[in-house]
Design a protein around this ligand. Structure first.
Ligand SMILES: Nc1ncnc2c1ncn2[C@@H]1O[C@H](COP(=O)(O)OP(=O)(O)O)[C@@H](O)[C@H]1O
Ligand SMILES: [Mg+2]
Length: 318
């Protein structure tokens, strides 16, 4: 049975003739029925509000949606990630707002649902997005640009619409990686009318997104993002490369997790690998452990580390 406050709001919206609100509430209702495994009812309601009477065959639609969004089963948890205290708090608050949205709604307030993650590659943007879906136990949908971007004029915007249409009636996390590929500055004079249309579609859809869909955007280049797109995210978090202290701590965690020390103290290795991302530190530690295991029983860890550092230096200067 649907929530009573939702039903009351629904009737109220209809009475006032507020079509947009009415639709938003029906979508919330569908998402709720879906979450309760009432798929037939959810699909039927979804058809009623998304079609104008003469709908496309269902299978057709399903196939095209698979090209546009990919569902990934989230594995990672927020607790497994190294995050600055402020970032951890901000992300935790977002998760709590979503978890306790019923309480907020009983006071007439919606939870926040739009998060932008910025920062250089390999410092946890994708991991954080995935972890948020895991914390909320929601499906994690990733936009597939190769499916969305079409060479036909006008088609990209239409496909983007389809992807949003699909997620709107589901409680889920929708992830736009490398958001700057789509949401580039519209003012960029080299861009054609097509990209402008795509950005407008994106912004329109983001504005209309129901609060039960958590939109997460990631970008390596926050400065390339269209200002209007930037503003739409209620929460923004910068995931920076680790400082010396953070790198040291992360290497300690890694050594523990990988079941063995790394030949030198984490601090020494952190110094040698200054400027590396979390992903690079992890890759380095894994590499050392992998070699050490293969050279058992008398692996010379220090030599293994030095070889790898030397190899990095030659790679960097090439
Ligand atoms: N903040 C972090 N804490 C712990 N591990 C991290 C962190 N950032 C990155 N990693 C490791 O590096 C890998 C790649 O990170 P990813 O989330 O894909 O970065 P991005 O999306 O920013 O390029 C992750 O799978 C994880 O193992
Ligand atoms: Mg990524």
């Amino acid at each position: 049975m649907a929530r009573s406050d939702l039903l009351l709001d629904l009737v109220e919206a209809e009475r006032r003739g507020d079509r947009d609100r009415f639709r938003l509430l029906v979508e919330a209702l569908i998402a709720e029925e879906r979450a309760n495994q009432h798929h037939l009812l959810a699909d039927r309601l979804s058809e009623l509000i998304t079609t104008t009477g003469h709908s496309k065959p269902r299978d057709d639609h399903a196939a095209s949606v698979r090209d546009l969004v990919q569902e990934i089963v989230p594995q990672r948890r927020l607790t497994e990630l190294e995050l600055e205290p402020t970032t951890r708090r901000v992300l935790g608050e977002l998760v709590e707002e979503q978890k306790r949205s019923d309480l907020l709604r009983s006071f007439g307030i919606e939870p926040r649902n739009r998060l932008l993650l910025a920062g250089p590659p390999g410092n946890g943007k994708t991991s954080v997005a995935e972890a948020i879906a895991a914390e909320l136990m929601l499906p994690f949908y990733v936009i597939r640009y190769e499916g969305v971007v079409s060479s036909f004029l006008g088609e990209t915007a239409a496909r983007l619409d389809n992807a949003f249409e699909f997620v709107r009636t589901r409680r889920c996390v929708l992830f736009f990686d490398e958001l700057d590929t789509i949401a580039k500055e519209r003012a960029d004079e080299h861009e054609t009318g097509e990209i402008k249309r795509v950005v407008s579609t994106l912004l329109l859809q983001v504005d209309r997104l129901p609060p039960h869909v958590i939109l997460i955007g990631a970008t390596n280049h926050g400065e390339l993002l269209d200002r209007a797109a930037w503003r739409r995210f209620q929460v923004r978090a910068e995931l920076r490369s680790p400082s010396r202290a953070q790198a040291t701590k992360y290497l300690e965690v890694l050594a523990g997790r990988l079941g063995g020390d790394l030949g030198y103290t984490p601090r020494t290795i952190a110094d040698k690998l200054a400027g590396s991302s979390f992903a690079e530190l992890e890759e380095f530690a894994l590499d050392v452990r992998r070699r050490a295991i293969l050279e058992l029983p008398d692996a010379d860890l220090r030599r293994i580390v030095q070889e790898r550092l030397e190899y990095r230096r030659t790679q960097a200067t090439e």
